[in-house]
Design a protein around this ligand. Structure first.
Ligand code: NAI
Ligand code: MG
Length: 356
């Protein structure tokens, strides 16, 4: 894959370590990628007053993809890092799909120890552009006894239909089952609308078996009966919460990748780990790079590099299954660098075998 241009935003904390690791692994399987690093981060905010320059999206528009570590660090409020970088980029490029595969990787210990890799292989499709994460609202009568805040949700027909269709397509490709996360008993306007759109789009996909579940019951289902789930579609907030839960049910946040995808192409999609900058372990060299490496594999898949993506995935699975090199979150004592080097070397071997 020569001539591919990818923008990296390592960001803050362990975002930097895991991005370095993933770039090394990708370079081991696809030579010739031109990486351009942007130092947009909380440090940049403290220096310049902005997470990224005002023309940040324009600077990124010409790249084939964006590879993001994590942003957010103590000293800068989380809404600044989120609304100053992550959300504007997702919206600038219309990345309305947030795709979060949840797998029990070989050799890793789940909270559900008796389950095997066959029992837990879920794809979470999170709406990524509207819903509960809206700027509409405000604080009224501040400081008075009758103070109150309002936070509105936005569910558009276009936004709901396109994320449902994307989820139905993925379900049709995979196991043919799709579960919609709802809460129509509590949220009596937005969620009945979401349910109606889901049912209407379902008629276009007669081959996909569907069900609605309230998001609280669905959270329990992920823990109790993960084998009954295949693809899940959820609103921005529900998809966010369910994917952290699902990641925790597998081996933890250090293993969970994610993609912010605009399926229409023409603009860059953005790939990142589910986890944040982990200030509690930042600077210690012990972050698990697997989530970011698997986000790199999703990026390669999106760019049409199927063999390279498969090589990275296989390298991760083999190294984890062998179990010799594990970072502390997986119960071992290895460093980020030891794990990343092992995966990069294995990925290069696997890719070489595939082309030899
Ligand atoms: P976090 O994901 O950074 O950390 C949660 C816990 O998981 C911590 O105990 C951490 O040590 C552990 N952990 C996370 N990733 C790990 C890895 N790769 N290897 C080993 N252990 C790992 O979430 P937290 O603490 O809520 O947020 C920290 C900062 O990150 C905040 O400023 C937050 O806003 C930001 N954040 C940014 C995200 C992004 O850029 N997409 C996503 C989530 C949080
Ligand atoms: Mg989250």
């Amino acid at each position: 894959m020569s001539n591919r241009r990818i923008a990296t935003i390592p960001g803050d904390g362990i975002g930097v370590d895991v991005t370095t690791a993933a770039v090394e692994v990708i370079d081991a399987v696809v030579p010739g990628i031109e990486w351009t690093e942007f130092d947009w981060s909380c440090e940049n905010y403290l220096r310049t007053g902005a997470m990224m320059p005002a023309d940040g999206p324009e600077q990124l528009a010409g790249f084939d993809a964006i590879f993001l570590g994590a942003v957010g660090f103590p000293g800068v409020p989380d809404h600044i890092s989120l609304w100053g970088l992550l959300i504007p980029l997702r919206r600038a490029f219309g990345q309305y799909v947030n795709l979060r595969p949840v797998r029990l990787l070989p050799g890793t210990e789940s909270a559900l120890r008796d389950r095997t890799a066959d029992d837990l292989d879920i794809l979470i499709v999170r709406e990524n552009s509207e819903g509960e994460y809206s700027e509409i609202g405000g604080t009224h009568n501040p400081g008075r006894p009758d103070e109150f805040v309002l936070q509105e949700s936005v569910f558009t027909r276009v936004g709901c239909e396109r994320i449902m269709r994307y989820a139905f397509e993925r379900a049709a490709e995979r196991g043919g089952r799709l579960c919609s996360a709802t809460k129509s008993n509590g949220l009596i306007h937005s969620m009945p609308y979401w349910d109606d759109v889901f049912d209407r789009i379902a008629t276009e996909y007669p081959g996909v078996r569907t069900r609605h579940m309230h998001v609280d019951a669905l959270a329990a289902e992920i823990v109790l009966h993960p084998d009954r789930l295949d693809v899940i579609v959820g609103s921005n907030l529900f998809g966010d919460i369910l994917s952290d839960l699902a990641a925790a049910v597998t081996g933890g946040l250090g293993l969970a990748p994610s993609g912010n995808i605009n399926p229409d192409r023409g603009v860059p999609s953005m790939f990142e780990a589910v986890h944040g900058s982990a200030p509690d372990i930042a600077g210690q060299g012990i972050a698990n790079p697997v989530a970011q490496i698997l986000a790199g594999a999703m990026m390669l898949e999106h760019l049409g590099e199927h063999a390279a993506a498969a090589a990275v995935d296989r390298a991760v699975c083999e190294i984890l299954a062998e179990g010799r090199i594990r970072t502390p979150d997986l119960g071992g004592t290895s460093t980020t660098e030891e794990l990343r080097t092992a995966i990069a070397e294995r990925a290069a071997e696997v890719a070489h075998l595939a082309t030899a």
